[in-house]
Design a protein around this ligand. Structure first.
Ligand code: SF4
Length: 442
């Protein structure tokens, strides 16, 4: 490309903050920008315009987003804001009046039209090439597949429904078409995400839609089964613990989808769960987990919990630790409760002092470490498929079927000289630490 041509191409810088769902939004925007002939600039100085995709979930994330907007304005000057915090334009304008435009989450059309106004597209068909599978911000061998937006639940600590609205499911045919395209482009692992994966299709009456001469039903179980037929790993994230989740366990036992369930329980004390406005039958949850494991012994459970929720007593907290041990929760994320602006739980009595939250968090993480160590010790001697994420001087590092990228553990491999990122190899687990495994070629 000549320098003259290079100079005429409009360049957009992207700052992407927040969760995997926001990352998918950024990927979609980048795909659209590339399709329209924009180039993505690697830094502020090379960009004609900067797009900041914000997160507005916790107060700390809101601050981080506001700081990122400030940095982009200082470094570049032309800034468009989108994402979760974009649902609160007054907050952004109060701090950063120079922002060119603000749009909310998933408002792809509005983002594109704001970009068009500030930086008109070039219309050179030579540049309108989009790699098959879209432009991924994740490594090529795995991709996040978003099946719905929004959430019909009203957990008292969460403002996502306020920011993203009620559940809106994508037609099953669209999800399947995107998944197949990703697999065709070399993706080996599909990470199914949404705010509430097990509610998929509820808002559209579990409607069927057709793709390639077949009808596909927008329902959790059907989607798991259909995605499982594409020949890639399928990993389920953000599965709310509805009873019908049980139906998918046999698909895991049969190897159709990965034996992995990311199911945010948030707590185990019925009193706290009630205050959180979550299903409060935790006695049954432990029995349910035992039943799942009897059907699919290989099942790994990932969950997230909140400690220090308003009103949480030492007794409530002990119930949570008991649940962790009894349920043998393989992988966990734990958050200290934050009094998020606009969250219903903000007005609850019995706010827990910061030092108590801190102390409980450390105790919780110690139990999580113990459980993880115990669970991983049971894997020694087993044979397992491993997807390679990277290869360094020591050899390949990968993940087993029990580990999601970025949030879970890894397995260090020996005896795989030719392995490269994206390969799926068979290994025997020979050692285990607190969170990671060691494996070797069989
Ligand atoms: S299910 Fe998840 S997204 Fe929905 S309200 Fe509860 S925490 Fe928020």
């Amino acid at each position: 490309m000549t320098d003259a041509l290079e100079k005429t191409i409009p360049k957009v810088g992207i700052v992407s903050l927040g969760c995997p769902k926001a990352l998918v939004d950024s990927e979609r925007i980048i795909t659209r920008l590339r399709a329209e002939g924009y180039q993505i600039a690697p830094d502020y100085s090379g960009a004609d315009l900067v797009l900041v995709n914000t997160c507005g979930f916790l107060d700390s994330a809101r601050e981080e987003s506001l700081d990122a907007i400030g940095e982009a304005i200082a470094e570049n000057g032309k800034v468009i804001v989108t994402g979760c915090l974009g649902a609160e334009p007054d907050v952004i304008r109060a701090r950063h009046p120079k922002v060119l435009a603000i749009t909310g989450p998933q408002q792809y059309e509005s983002v594109m039209s704001a970009v068009h106004t500030a930086l008109p597209p070039s219309h050179d068909p030579f540049l309108d090439l989009v790699p098959e599978g879209g432009v991924k911000l994740t490594p090529r061998h795995y991709a996040y597949l978003k099946i719905s937006e929004g959430c019909n639940n009203r957990c008292s600590f969460c403002i996502i429904p306020k920011l993203r609205g009620d559940l809106v499911s994508r037609p099953a045919a669209h999800v399947m078409a995107e998944a197949e395209k990703l697999v065709g482009a070399g993706v080996k692992e599909l990470l199914v995400i949404s705010q509430d994966t097990s509610a998929y299709g509820l808002d559209i009456g579990y409607a069927t839609s057709s793709w390639k001469d077949r009808e596909y039903r927008a329902k959790f179980y059907d989607l798991c089964k259909d995605l499982g037929s594409l020949g890639a790993w399928v990993r389920l994230h953000y599965v709310y613990p509805y009873p019908h989740v049980d139906e998918a366990i046999h698909l895991m036992a049969e190897g159709k989808i990965l034996p992995y369930l990311d199911i945010p329980f948030q707590h185990a004390s019925p009193r706290v769960l009630k205050a959180m406005r979550r299903p409060a039958n935790q006695d049954k949850q432990a029995a349910r987990i035992a039943k799942w494991r009897s059907e699919c012994p290989d099942l790994a459970i990932r969950s997230t919990f909140i400690v220090g929720f308003p009103g949480e007593t030492e007794e409530d907290f002990s119930l949570l630790l008991d649940f962790m041990r009894e349920g043998q929760i393989d992988r966990v994320g734990c958050f200290k409760y934050e009094n998020v602006v606009h969250a219903a739980s903000r007005d609850l009595e019995g706010q827990v002092p910061e030092e108590v939250k801190e102390e409980r968090w450390h105790r919780f993480m110690e139990v999580a470490r113990e459980v993880s160590e115990q669970r991983l010790a049971t894997k020694i001697g087993k044979e397992v498929d491993v997807i390679i994420d990277e290869v360094d001087d020591e050899g390949p590092i990968g993940r087993t079927v029990w580990d999601a990228p970025e949030v879970d553990g890894a397995i260090e491999l020996h005896g795989f000289k030719k392995a490269k990122p994206g390969d799926i190899v068979r290994a025997r687990v020979v050692d285990a630490g607190d969170y990671d495994l060691v494996g070797e070629a069989i």
